[in-house]
Unconditional design. Structure first.
Length: 160
């Protein structure tokens, strides 16, 4: 594969960013895949992309939170973990997560757990509660939100 010039790499990255939201770490990874191994060049390209608003990490965080919450039914903890793995500032992550209220989380958790409840087999209420909690945890739903949702679904299950 022929070595890309800085302008060719920038143009290719601009096209990549114009198709969907990406953060700086994703663009750097894509540049590495395209054979741009010079980290200084990668940084210059990313800076140019940010100046041109092709990359906006706050916008990326908001879009990521919205999409993962609405379409993948992830909880705030799982979303925060994935965003931090993309090396995004914790302040941006926290700001984006504020758009998901506790009420929205509770409604989403209740819907998700209600659907899961139909397929869960358990010998007793305690086992059912534990299975639903594990499922909620795997989706990144906060413990207290999961407890409230499960209590609402199973009125007769003890809290602890």
């Amino acid at each position: 594969m022929k070595e890309l010039t800085e302008n060719e790499a920038y143009n290719k990255a601009a096209i990549y960013c114009s198709r969907s939201e990406h953060c700086a770490s994703e663009v750097c990874e894509k540049l590495r895949q395209w054979g741009v191994s010079d980290t200084e060049m990668q940084q210059r390209i990313v800076c140019r992309l940010m100046e041109g608003r092709y990359i906006d990490e706050a916008r990326f965080c908001r879009a990521f939170v919205h999409d993962k919450f609405q379409f993948n039914h992830w909880g705030r903890q799982k979303i925060a973990l994935y965003l931090s793995q993309k090396r995004l500032p914790s302040a941006l992550i926290a700001e984006a997560l504020e758009e998901v209220s506790d009420d929205d989380s509770l409604v989403a958790a209740r819907e998700l757990l209600s659907a899961k409840l139909k397929s869960v087999r358990a010998d007793n209420a305690y086992e059912l509660y534990a299975k639903l909690m594990r499922f909620a945890s795997s989706r990144g739903i906060e413990m207290e939100i999961a407890r409230q949702a499960i209590r609402q679904l199973l009125e007769d299950v003890p809290e602890d």
